[in-house]
Ligand binder design. Structure first.
Ligand code: ADP
Length: 554
C-alpha cells in the first residue's frame, strides 16, 4: 500500500463529500463551468428550480442552454470571471440571472428574483473555469417593495392631508385623485361626487380622452360608481369580465377599485381607480386607498361647506348692494321734502310744539336711514373696488369745528372738548369723505358712552400728517376685540351688555372708515380699555407745501 496516497485519497473523498453535500442541501444554486463555459456541475437546488436535470446540462455550453444571457448582456459577466474578476449581479438591476419560476405565492413576481455571484475558479494561479452562486431573494424583494409602498403611502397621506386643509374644493379633489392614482399606479382615476341624487365626475387623472358620463342617476345606473355610492361599501373587482352587469367609467377598463367617500355615515362621493389590465390592484391597495379617502373626505366636506358659505356671502353682498341702490332714490326725495316741510313748519304757528317735535323726529330718522344706506352703498363700492376719493385740500381744524356745530343735535347729551392748533392744518384729500370719517367716529363715541360724559376732540400735526383723535369715556373695547373692530360686520361682544342706550349697529362704519383713510394714504388707530373709554386717531398726509419746510437763502 502506498503510504503517500492514502491521505491523498482521503482528502479527495472529503472534497467529493463536501461538494455532494453542497449539491444536495444548500439553499443556493451552484453551477461551475470550464473555461469554454461548458457546464461542469449543476446542483440539486438548480435542478429543482430550473426543472433541468444535471445530466441534461452537464457538458453543454451555458450560453447555448440559456441564449437569453447573451441578449441580456449577461455573458459579459462570465467573460470578466474568466479574466479573474468576481462579478456580483444585484437583483435591483437584473431581476434574475437564469429564468426560474417564483415559488412565492404573489402574482407580482412571475420570475424568481435572484442575486448572483460569478467568480473565477483558480488552480495553480490559472483560471480553470467559473463558479456561479444564485440566491433566491424574491421574498426579501416583496417585503422591501411593501415597505417602499407603505412609505410612499404615508408620504402621499401626508401630502393629501395638507392639500385637504386648503378650502378650495377643486384643488382638494384633484390632489386626492392624483395621489390615489400614483399610490396604486392606476392608469386612470376619478373622483365622483354625489349632489342630491346625481353623481358628477369632479376630477380625474390619467387617460384624457375617456368618454366619461358627467351626469348620471345614482339610483338607476348600473355602474361601479353608482353601486358603491348606493351601498357605501368599497368594491374591488379584479376582472370586470366576471361581472358583466357592472360598467366602469372607462369602457376599456378591466379591473376596478372603488372606495366611498363617507362623512358621518353619509356617502358624499366615490373615488374610483381603473386599469385596462385585469388584476391590476392588490388587496393592500384597497387598504391604502381607504386610508387616503378617510382623510380626504373630511377635507372635501369642509371645502364643500366653505364654498356654500362663500356663495351665500356673495348672495348677501349682491342683495345688500341692490337693496341699498333701490332704497337710495326714494329716500333722497323723502329727505328733501321732509327737511323743507320741517323748515317751513318751524315758522308756521299752525304747528304746535308736539307736531314740531314729531317733524323733528321724522327728519332725524330720515337722516339716520340715509346714513345707513350710504354706508351700505360704500360697502358695496369697496367690495367692487369702486370707492374713490376726490383729491383736494382743506383745513382739518375748520372741518372739525364745522362738524361739531352741525352735529349739535347729536351731541346735546354730552360734553364736548375741542382742542385745535392755532395755525391752519391743511391736509390733502377729499373733504366730504373725511367728514364722513369724523362723523362715523363721533357717532360711535356718542353711541358707546353714557350721557354727561365728555368727548374730547383733538386736532394735531404728527410729522407729515394731520391727525384727529376722538376720545370718549364709554364702554371701551375688550382687548381681544381690538384687532377686529375694523373688520366687516364685526361688533365687539360688550355692545350687547345691558345698557340704558340701545346701541344698534351693523359693524360696517369702521370698515368704511379704514378704507377711506387708506385711500388717503393715511392710517386709523385705536386704543381702548374696557369700561374706561376709547380713543380713535385718524392721520392723513398734510398738503405737500406744508410738510416740506422752505429753506430761505440768506
Ligand atoms: P357699529 O357701531 O355699527 O357696530 P362700527 O364698524 O362703527 O359698527 O364699529 C365696530 C365695533 O367697534 C362696534 O360694534 C363696537 O363693538 C366697537 N366700537 C367702535 N367704536 C367704539 C367706541 N367708541 N367705543 C366702544 N366700542 C366701539
Amino acid at each position: 500500500m502506498d503510504v503517500q496516497s492514502e491521505p491523498h485519497n482521503q482528502l479527495q473523498d472529503l472534497n467529493n463529500a463536501t461538494i455532494q453535500w453542497l449539491n444536495d442541501l444548500t439553499a443556493q444554486g451552484i453551477m461551475t463551468t470550464d473555461t469554454a463555459l461548458r457546464i461542469c456541475s449543476w446542483n440539486h437546488w438548480l435542478e429543482r428550480h430550473t426543472g433541468r436535470r444535471a445530466a441534461q446540462v452537464r457538458g453543454r455550453k451555458l450560453l447555448e442552454c440559456y441564449p437569453e444571457l447573451v441578449t441580456r448582456g449577461l455573458d459579459q459577466s462570465y467573460q470578466q470571471a474568466l479574466q479573474g474578476q468576481v462579478v456580483v449581479l444585484a437583483q435591483r438591476l437584473h431581476r434574475y440571472l437564469l429564468p426560474m419560476p417564483s415559488v412565492l405565492v404573489d402574482s407580482r413576481f412571475v420570475q424568481m428574483q435572484q442575486s448572483a455571484r460569478i467568480a473565477p475558479l483558480i488552480a495553480n494561479g490559472q483560471v480553470i473555469g467559473t463558479i456561479t452562486l444564485i440566491e433566491d431573494v424574491t421574498e426579501r424583494e416583496a417585503r422591501e417593495q411593501d415597505l417602499r409602498r407603505q412609505i410612499k403611502a404615508l408620504e402621499t397621506l401626508h401630502s393629501v392631508g395638507r392639500a385637504v386643509l386648503s378650502l378650495d374644493l377643486r384643488e382638494c379633489l384633484q390632489q386626492l385623485v392624483e395621489a390615489a392614482t400614483l399610490l396604486v399606479q392606476a392608469p386612470f382615476g376619478a373622483v365622483v361626487l354625489r349632489e342630491e341624487e346625481r353623481l358628477q365626475v369632479k376630477g380625474w387623472h390619467g387617460r384624457a380622452n375617456v368618454p366619461l358620463y358627467t351626469e348620471a342617476d345614482a339610483v338607476s345606473l348600473h355602474s361601479v360608481v353608482a353601486e358603491v355610492a348606493r351601498s357605501g361599501h368599497p368594491l374591488w373587482i379584479p376582472d370586470l369580465a366576471m361581472m358583466p352587469g357592472l360598467t366602469p367609467l372607462d369602457p376599456e377598463s378591466r379591473s376596478v377599485l372603488a372606495v366611498p367617500l363617507t362623512v358621518e355615515q353619509d356617502v358624499i362621493g366615490v373615488l374610483v381607480l381603473e386599469s385596462p389590465q385585469p388584476h391590476a390592484f392588490q388587496p393592500a391597495d384597497q387598504q391604502q386607498v381607504a386610508m387616503l379617502v378617510t382623510q380626504a373626505a373630511i377635507g372635501i366636506r369642509n371645502a364643500q361647506l366653505y364654498r356654500e358659505a362663500q356663495e351665500a356671502i356673495q348672495l348677501r353682498d349682491t342683495f345688500l348692494s341692490l337693496a341699498s341702490h333701490e332704497l337710495k332714490t326714494p329716500l333722497t326725495a323723502l329727505l328733501g321734502y321732509t327737511h323743507l316741510f320741517y323748515k317751513n313748519a318751524q315758522q308756521d304757528s299752525r304747528f304746535d310744539e308736539r307736531e314740531q317735535r314729531a317733524l323733528r323726529v321724522m327728519v332725524e330718522q330720515a337722516n339716520r336711514l340715509n346714513r345707513i344706506i350710504t354706508l351700505l352703498l360704500d360697502l358695496s363700492r369697496i367690495q367692487t373696488g369702486r370707492l374713490s376719493i376726490e383729491q383736494g385740500s382743506f383745513d382739518l381744524s375748520v372741518l372739525i369745528q364745522r362738524l361739531v356745530d352741525e352735529s349739535q343735535p347729536l351731541l346735546v347729551e354730552h360734553m364736548v372738548a375741542i382742542h385745535t392748533p392755532n395755525a391752519p392744518l391743511i391736509v390733502a384729500g377729499d373733504e366730504l369723505r373725511m367728514e364722513q370719517v369724523v362723523q362715523n367716529l363721533l357717532q360711535n363715541a356718542v353711541k358707546y358712552s353714557l350721557p354727561d360724559t365728555t368727548i374730547r376732540i383733538e386736532v394735531m400735526q404728527r410729522d407729515a400728517y394731520g391727525c384727529i383723535s376722538i376720545t370718549d369715556e364709554g364702554i371701551g373695547i375688550p382687548e381681544g376685540s381690538l384687532p377686529h373692530v375694523f373688520d366687516r360686520f364685526y361688533r365687539a361682544p360688550n355692545v350687547m351688555l345691558p345698557y340704558q342706550h340701545v346701541r344698534v349697529g351693523m359693524g360696517i362704519g369702521l370698515y368704511v372708515v379704514k378704507e377711506i383713510v387708506a385711500l388717503h394714504g393715511g392710517e386709523v388707530m385705536v386704543t381702548s380699555q374696557e369700561g374706561v373709554g376709547s380713543t380713535f386717531t385718524v392721520c392723513i398726509p398734510l398738503q405737500r407745501e406744508q410738510s416740506v419746510p422752505h429753506v430761505l437763502l440768506p
